[in-house]
Design a protein around this ligand. Structure first.
Ligand code: ADP
Length: 383
């Protein structure tokens, strides 16, 4: 319950008799101040900041709803006093920000006091909600800012690191070409390690750059035939598939709205991993697609080494790998890139797996309506 001690109520009503009636019914519980015009009422509100305003709908100098708009703009708690049978006015008053309304004909003390207490409670709650919304909005803005800064940082770091790395790499190559065999064996080994290290760093920086560009350099969303994408990816992977004696099968894949290049990269990463992390048997991979009312669910299932559930989260983090490079080559960015691409398309990516029993990576692409007329207009942000 709201404590009513020393609460201040403002009555705005041009009818002196009505004002007096209202004042008497609540005077024991509230301090009462009065105004007989809309304009003076608003001024009095601003000066005295009462806890509740009882506002007559009919005022000589202004329309009750206009005064209400003014008061609501200053977050006033208002109970509108209407004539009998004026339900429409009551509805309008609520729409314009009144907390409650009372027909003037039925103004009993108890009813009036209850209406005031309820209105104040309601208004306090509304204020709390507004404060929380404002806080939430602030947090969202801070988060967006820090995200943008992080993206910018990743981009600048990866982009600007490329140049010095290129010189390290080229001079090492020169050294190796020209002086190979002129140092002792250990120096040759060290040189080879430097060259490999530089190559690896180059790949990682390029991966990081690709990752940081998923949002900022993403292509436009268009109807994309995934069957065609899959066929292209299969052509690109011909050698890999042949060398691993892999069998890749697929469901008929749908057309979805998305970024063609990124969706191809997604499929390619998942299929390559399915082949790379093979078990004893020749790899078999199946690319599936299922439809429900929210959109499409794709899956890439393999018969490979599988993943223990405790690593499910870790594998989607950047540069996190479960194996050494001697076991399986890679930088550990593929799945985080996939996750980011799927997120950009409004979907989710997850894995189901058991060690030794293969893995199934699934991702969703929700329905998006293509924008009319502009076949190449972005539907989701590409910022
Ligand atoms: P990379 O392949 O370069 O290591 P990814 O981000 O693509 O990077 O994968 C992260 C890790 O997830 C891999 O190191 C591997 O341990 C695991 N992983 C990914 N795909 C599979 C798969 N199909 N089967 C088993 N393990 C996988």
């Amino acid at each position: 319950m709201v404590s009513v001690d020393n609460r201040l109520v403002l009555i705005i009503d041009d009818d002196e008799v009505d004002r007096e009636r209202v004042r008497r019914s609540i005077a024991g519980d509230y301090q009462v101040i009065e105004a007989d015009l809309g304009s003076t009422g608003v001024n009095t509100f601003l000066e005295r900041q009462p806890d509740c305003v009882l506002l007559d709908y009919l005022l000589p100098d202004s329309h009750g709803l206009d005064v209400l708009d003014d008061l609501a703009h200053h977050q006033a708690t208002v109970v509108m006093l209407t004539g009998e049978g004026n339900e429409q006015i009551a509805v309008d008053a609520m729409k314009h920000g009144a907390q409650d309304y009372l027909p003037k004909g039925s103004l009993q003390a108890g009813l009036l006091k209850r209406a005031i207490v309820n209105a104040i409670e309601k208004s306090d709650l509304q204020q709390k909600i507004r404060d929380q919304q404002e806080q939430l909005q602030q947090h969202a803005e801070e988060l967006q800012r820090s995200n943008e800064e992080l993206q910018q940082f990743a981009y600048v770091a990866s982009h600007d690191l490329q140049e010095p790395l290129r010189s390290v790499s080229s001079f090492c190559n020169l050294l190796q070409e020209r002086y190979q065999g002129q140092f002792d064996e250990q120096a040759d080994r060290w040189m080879t390690k430097i060259v490999r290290g530089a190559e690896r760093m180059k790949t990682m920086i390029q991966d990081l750059l690709t990752y940081s560009r998923v949002e900022s350099r993403g292509g436009q969303f268009r109807p994309t035939d995934c069957q065609q994408l899959f066929d292209h990816v299969m052509t690109d992977l011909t050698m890999t598939i042949r060398q691993a004696s892999a069998t890749v099968t697929n469901d008929e894949l749908p057309t979805v709205i998305g970024d063609e290049r990124q969706l191809a990269q997604l499929l390619q990463n998942l299929i390559s991993n399915a082949i790379k992390y093979r078990g004893e048997q020749p790899p078999t991979v199946h690319v599936g697609a299922e439809h429900d009312e929210r959109g499409w669910k794709f899956s890439v299932a393999d018969n490979g080494i599988g993943i223990s559930p405790e690593h499910f989260e870790r594998i989607f983090q950047m540069f996190k790998r479960l194996h050494t490079r001697d076991q399986y080559d890679g930088t550990g960015i593929g799945l985080s890139l996939c996750e980011r691409i799927v997120r950009r398309h409004g979907g989710k990516l997850w894995v189901e797996s058991q060690p030794g029993l293969g893995s199934t990576f699934s991702f969703t692409i929700p329905h998006i309506e293509p924008t009319e007329g502009a076949d190449d207009a972005p539907v989701l942000g590409t910022s």
